[in-house]
Write a protein that binds this ligand. Structure first.
Ligand code: JHZ
Ligand code: ZN
Length: 421
């Protein structure tokens, strides 16, 4: 019997501390699934929509969606490819080099990446001379990763998968979890699995979007059904400690709109020194910024409404002047931003995306067509909305010819602005 009714279940307690007294501070209404791209044949068919709202837990300061959509609907066939952004690939290369140095990798060491996508991260770790193994439920992505030389098991990560991998591959020196921790409902099973597969002196590193950037830059469009949790360091620390781990270092990074990387070890391990300074500094910053007070979150909703209003007003006035508008980056966040602002085919002619798997499809909700880069030359707009605003720099570099001919950009986050003004 499935635990999901109509594809989702309500979450009536905090995922971290189990408290049942939660408060909603952001409600984006019913939104489509951001990575469920639509074929041209289904253009007339409305997309399935699910409630999208964030709840706050006053006990442990965790923010989490009010529902959980059945992960098998979202992740089995997944179009998002992490290797499409060079900025992200460079980030992974730096991560791998840094890890090899800091954790003294040896040839016999195994690095396991949870939610390894198309192998982007592990290809970089492999260059450091270690053994690598990817785990990802998307069969289409596992196939791409394997073809590129990254052994990958097409499974969801959980306690059972870890037992199987332990039997087949032995213990891991390092387990990386990039942009997956926020996607997981049962974090207890997730961490039990890490405990099983991780070497006693191994390193587990969680990387995920950081609540500080989410809140201060009003990155509301990174709210979607895949992102079940919106993390501060405090609840991560609480959670891993409950599972016999210890945070030994933490850093913030300028990727995906601002992320946090948390280094974790087994409590019993003496292999890695604890960088109390970094940990305490961030915990204090979280407290001083007001992240443990519900009131801080209540203002967020107003800021979100302001962005919507600014965006809608700008697009409507440009359309009234007869301007042509397109977008770049059929990203998950872009699909939320455009759907929440009620933008559609009459506002945005097309969305460029370099991911071959997305091209030819329609974006979820409003069904705006997704096209290859060449469309920009064939049919240039007056304005290009950077829906993947987290990669604005890379997108603007790629489109320098468009800009050279007078083309302008609209960057929606943290405030709606036209570039150049
Ligand atoms: P991008 C993803 O969200 C999905 P998305 C996921 N849920 C997650 O957790 C976050 O990342 C962290 C395209 N693009 O990375 C590629 C180009 O075409 O901002 C992507 O479709 N050319 C796992 O989808 C999109 O833009 C380029 O040069 O919001 C970017 O999506 C570049 C740089 C990107 O994440
Ligand atoms: Zn809680």
């Amino acid at each position: 019997m499935t635990e999901f009714t109509n594809g989702y279940k309500e979450l009536d307690h905090c995922r971290v501390c189990k408290n049942t007294d939660l408060t909603t501070y952001l409600d984006l209404g019913n939104m489509p699934l951001v990575n469920s791209y639509v074929t041209a044949d289904d253009d007339e068919k409305p997309c399935d929509r699910y409630p999208l709202a964030i709840n706050y837990c006053p006990e442990c300061s965790m923010s989490q969606l009010s529902i959980v959509v059945d992960p098998s609907i979202m992740f089995k066939n997944y179009f998002y490819r992490s290797s499409i952004s060079q900025t992200f690939v460079n980030h992974c290369a730096e991560y791998a080099e840094n890890s090899a140095r800091r954790f003294s990798f040896r040839e016999s060491d195994l690095v396991v990446d949870i939610a390894s996508n198309d192998g982007a991260c592990l290809r970089e770790f492999k260059k450091q001379g270690v053994k690598v193994l990817g785990v990802d439920p998307a069969e289409n992505l596992a196939k791409i990763a394997i073809e590129s030389g990254v052994p990958t098991v097409a499974k969801f990560w959980n306690a059972d998968t870890a037992k199987q991998l332990l039997a087949d591959h032995g213990k891991a020196k390092m387990i990386t979890a990039m942009n997956v921790f926020a996607h997981v409902d049962d974090l207890d099973s997730f961490l039990t699995g890490v405990n099983t597969l991780l070497d006693d002196d191994g390193v587990f590193a969680i990387e995920c979007p950081y609540m500080f950037n989410f809140m201060t830059n009003t990155e509301f469009d990174t709210t979607y059904h895949e992102h079940l949790s919106y993390f501060l360091l405090k609840p991560i620390k609480h959670l891993v400690e409950r599972h016999g781990f210890e945070v030994f270092d933490v850093m913030t990074m300028n990727i995906h709109g601002g992320s946090i990387r948390v280094y974790v070890k087994k409590k019993t391990s003496k292999a890695w020194d604890i960088c109390y300074q970094n940990i305490d500094k961030l915990l204090l910053m979280e407290e001083e910024t007001g992240f443990h007070k519900l009131n801080t979150y209540m203002h967020f909703s107003e800021a979100v409404k302001n962005i919507k209003e600014d965006m809608v007003n700008l697009i409507r006035s440009l359309k009234a002047e007869g301007k042509k508008i397109a977008a770049y980056g059929a990203s998950a966040k872009g699909n939320i931003l455009s759907n929440y602002c009620g933008l559609g085919k009459s506002d945005i002619d097309y969305i460029i995306d370099d991911t071959p798997e997305k091209q030819g499809y329609l974006a979820p909700g409003h069904h705006i067509p997704i096209v290859a880069f060449e469309q920009l030359k064939k049919d240039p707009p007056d304005f290009l909305i950077l829906l993947a605003w987290n990669f604005s720099h890379e997108l603007m570099n790629k489109t320098s010819a468009y800009q050279g001919e007078g083309g302008k950009y609209i960057i929606p986050i943290p405030q709606v602005k036209i570039v150049p003004e």
